[in-house]
Design a protein around this ligand. Sequence first.
Ligand code: SAH
Length: 215
Amino acid sequence: MRLKNDFAVSRRKMVDNQIRRRGISDPGLLDAMNQVPRHLFVDQSLWPRAYEDHPLPIGEGQTISQPYIVALMTDALGLTGSEKVLEIGTGCGYQTAVLAKLADWVISIELIRSLSRRAQQTLEELGIFNVNLHVADGTLGWPDEAPYDAIMVTAGGPEVPLPLTEQLAEGGRLVVPVGDAHVQDLLRVTRRGDQLVQENLGGCRFVKLVGEHGW
Ligand code: SAH
């Protein structure tokens, strides 16, 4: 039987040692990561490793991001609870679940149907319903629901996908890894009127963002 509350001690240690200790202090974010049972998003054979300080395979050659990277990217969006968020790269749905705890509504796009379907199932099992998952090329964004207060891309591309900046609301933040196929810089792009303000949050390493505005 799947229990929601098991691995609670590992989860608390993950939050304290990997996230709080590295300087992330937003209580809502730390609380969300304490609540979401990360192990349920990976294969049962990986449960004992689900709270370790690194990415893990989720099938189809893709990975669930390191917990600290999930925290760092979420923190960079500065969510307050009222936002409509677009996520590109649903993967296993773990990051989606964290976003759903901190925002009003999350629309998440994944290219690989089998991953999206499994993520949907896990999110439903956890009673997380303020999410809409779609199978599509997320480099095009999701114009139907635009503009977004926050957009997160959890795969690395060669450039900031133009449709995503176009779908940012005034004051909206886009967090996206940009670089070559091996290493990227985590960029935050903020819309201020017609201006896009870009900050570099540091080096990172993601699987490839493929698609029309990706690789
Ligand atoms: N946040 C996810 C990370 C998964 S890895 C998690 O925690 O599990 C990145 C994901 O982005 C992969 O599942 C990959 O299939 C997906 N992806 C890559 N390019 C994409 C695109 N253009 N549109 C949507 N998803 C994409």
